[in-house]
Ligand binder design. Structure first.
Ligand code: 3LM
Length: 408
């Protein structure tokens, strides 16, 4: 990528920004940590001030669904990290996806969505949007011709994840943005698997970037939240329409927890990524593992995007055992330290079965088209000692092997 020097520069700048960006609160006591404004409403000095705030003639807070100082600090920090002017924090990642996409469509519009995305995003676009007269085509966005053919006069947005949940398929974001150039179509990228430290979609042409802040941004498995970053105009539209009137606003307390989590994002991501490389290597070499899906492996079809589009492959790995679905399930049930749980980006390594869990909202046909098999397992590598993660996987694989040999 032409801007790789810039990328290197931003990598070290961001190690500082995760701690300092947006921390401009003017607490009268000089508190270092962001003050938590755990309040639903804000007092006006008089009716003139209240009316002026509602009319947008005067700045200042009104009510925490519409804005809150703690939330604002989080929004500023993540907007800086992603390189945008503004951000809107939301109650969940799905809240961010719904509030963002619905702000740009109306009945009769068309959208293009990557064929491999998180299960509830698939349900939102394939079922709910359809009910409100917005049709989604799910397209393999690695195929430029397929994208060009899918675009229509009424296409309003393209939505993608790269790497994709659950099997880490990569989309060349810059190539997609070049195809959309000159058209009135928003390119929206869900950057949850990467964080701004590993990938900045704005540099690749994205108009809006979304995160499930539940995951790496918070990093401690104790919050559900989301955030969308974009231009000041786009964020004002989202805040002034879908977020204001549908109300998927983040709680100030959750915003505060994410601000705390963000301070260690850089060091956490380094450990997540180091551990993931070791786990991917272990799985890749294991005789019982048929296939590993991890962009850091040279055999991954889009491995060349590492170091260009993305700084690292991240910490989520998918794999298939050399067996059927029952064997995958047996293996998952043998794990002792690694919890069987959905989600990712936590200190704990988490493992799950996408076909029956995160991607159960897909129809079996759509799952097959997206390449999500019934035998697929997804592991979100955590911060434990890599040896302990590998030891648990190893014992579960060994006991699965013994059982298969017995039943053979
Ligand atoms: C999961 N994913 O385990 P929330 N975008 C991406 C995601 O992975 C997710 C969301 C948005 C998982 C959640 S499944 C019941 C658990 C790429 C969530 C939605 O609304 O904060 O959960 O984010 O893959």
């Amino acid at each position: 990528m032409a801007n790789s020097d810039n990328n290197n520069k931003t990598a070290w700048q961001m190690a500082t920004q995760v701690i300092h960006a947006g921390s401009g609160h003017d607490d009268p006591h000089g508190a270092l940590a962001a003050p938590l404004y755990q309040t639903s409403t804000f007092k006006f000095a008089n009716t003139e001030q209240g009316s002026a705030r509602f009319a947008g003639e005067e700045g200042g807070y009104i009510y925490s669904r519409l804005g809150n100082p703690t939330t604002h600090e989080l929004e500023t920090r993540v907007a800086v990290l992603e390189g945008y002017d503004a951000a809107a924090a939301t109650a969940t990642g799905m809240g961010a996806i719904a509030a963002t996409t619905m702000a740009f469509v109306k009945a009769g519009d068309h959208i293009v969505v990557s064929d491999a995305i998180y299960g509830c995003s698939f349900a939102l676009f394939s079922e709910l949007f359809e009910r409100f007269g917005v049709h989604a085509d799910f397209v393999d966005l690695t195929d430029a011709d397929a994208l060009t053919t899918a675009l229509k006069d009424n296409t309003r947005l393209v939505f993608l994840e790269s790497p994709a949940n659950p099997h880490l398929k990569l989309v060349d974001i810059e190539a997609v943005s070049q195809i959309l150039a000159g058209r009135d179509i928003k390119l929206i990228v869900d950057n949850t698997f990467m964080t701004p430290l590993l990938q900045q979609p704005k540099q690749l042409g994205a108009d809006l970037v979304i995160h499930s802040a539940t995951k790496f941004l918070n990093g401690h498995g104790d919050v559900v939240a989301g955030i969308v970053c974009g231009s000041a105009d786009d964020i004002a539209l989202i805040k002034g329409t879908t977020l204001k009137d549908m109300g998927a606003t983040i709680s100030p307390h959750d915003a505060w927890l994410i601000l705390r989590g963000l301070k260690t994002l850089d060091v956490r991501m380094q450990r997540h990524c180091e551990n993931a490389e070791k786990v991917a290597d272990f799985l890749h070499k294991h005789s019982l593992v048929r296939k590993v899906y991890y962009p850091g492996l040279a055999e991954h079809p889009n491995h060349s995007l590492i170091g260009t589009q993305m700084r690292h492959a991240g910490a989520v790995i998918a794999f298939e055992l050399d067996g059927d679905e029952a064997q995958s399930r047996y293996f998952l049930n043998q794990l002792q330290m690694i919890p069987l749980a959905v989600s990712l980006g936590d200190a704990e390594t988490l493992i799950q079965h996408p076909a029956s869990m995160t991607h159960s909202p897909y129809t079996p046909e759509a799952r097959q088209k997206a390449g999500i098999s019934d035998t697929l397992v997804r592991i979100a590598v955590g911060l434990e000692a890599a040896q302990d993660i590998i030891a648990d996987l190893s014992q579960a694989l060994q006991s699965s092997q013994q059982r298969w040999q017995r039943s053979a």
